[in-house]
Ligand binder design. Sequence first.
Ligand code: FAD
Length: 352
Amino acid sequence: MSRVLDVVVIGAGQAGLAAGYHLRRLGGLDFAVLDAEPAPGGAWQHAWDSLRLFSPAAYSSLPGRLMPPQHEETYPDAPHVVDYLTDYERRYELPVQRPVRVEAVRRDGAYLRVETDSGVRSARAVISATGTWSRPFLPAVPGRASFRGRQLHTVRYRTPGEFAGMRVIVVGGGNSGAQIAADLAYDTELTWVTRRPARFLADDIDGRALFDHATARRRALDEGRTDGGGVASLGDVVAVPPVREARDTGRLTARPMFTRVTRTGVVWADGTRAEADVIIWCTGFRPALAHLGPLGLRGPRGHIPVQGTEAVGDPRLHLLGYGDWTGPASATLIGVGRPAREAARAVAALLG
Ligand code: FAD
């Protein structure tokens, strides 16, 4: 039988790297980080050109190393994050193997059998950190399949130049929807559509305040105090400079959600229509958990029930980074450090 690893971390985005950092720090653990991408940087490699972080660099740091500032920019762009993550895995000599796609994780007696497109690994524990980018979510809107123009999800959007002069409908009231709508607000005939009225955070609130809020919430929950609500209670959209500028010049006014897509556009409940060449769905993501299917751990809403980061049905499995359900702010750069430390410690304790 091939060598049995103590831990296999699946995914080398920020969550997998944070887990690797803490496993390395604990010492004495034989582990590998498997990543499907050919290059470092996780989902940040695929972001659109104008994307800006919603926190300054220092507030977007993984454990152990501050993200350096990006020249004059307060809010760094995605290539800056890719450079930071590339440096991070090199600096801490994290044992990343790529491209290696994990296809399935199965129980195999005392071990977990990790099946990949380049062979099988056996592990005593697994930390899954595969993110959400590979599972874009599109809502089931009547008529969507009949649309003759182009439809794309956030994951395929790159630059406004591609759509210059076109009639574009952007769907989604989160940060992706607002940033992409702001990007397209100048050179296209833009319609921005949100399910509920667009809620901008106050201009002086950015990711720092969101993180503070998440931290206070976690503390309240830990201490059994009343839960004041998630970060969503503050608003949906961080008014980063391009969003603020488009909003302040009246270019970013959202319409309510339409009820139907037609062959040539969309229709609202009152019969109003908008013709369109392109619909961009900025409608979010789902956790990429298909590789864990054979473990039979999925609960309602497709999530795997967890206690902290530990899967309730199997203590050898930890989940990291997918959303608040795996730890407050776990799906952010600055927030993933703490759950990563908890996961690493729990795994080390389990393995003795
Ligand atoms: P990912 O970065 O997606 O990394 C997962 C890795 O796992 C990838 O390399 C992938 O290839 C690999 N993988 C997936 N499946 C497999 C498999 N089966 N086998 C092997 N490898 C696999 N956060 C902030 O802190 N600040 C921000 O300003 C911010 N802005 C955001 C803007 C947008 C538009 C989005 C979508 C998110 C933003 N986030 C922000 C949230 C968050 O930081 C990202 O979602 C982050 O990329 C999540 O990191 P991750 O490591 O969990 O997943």
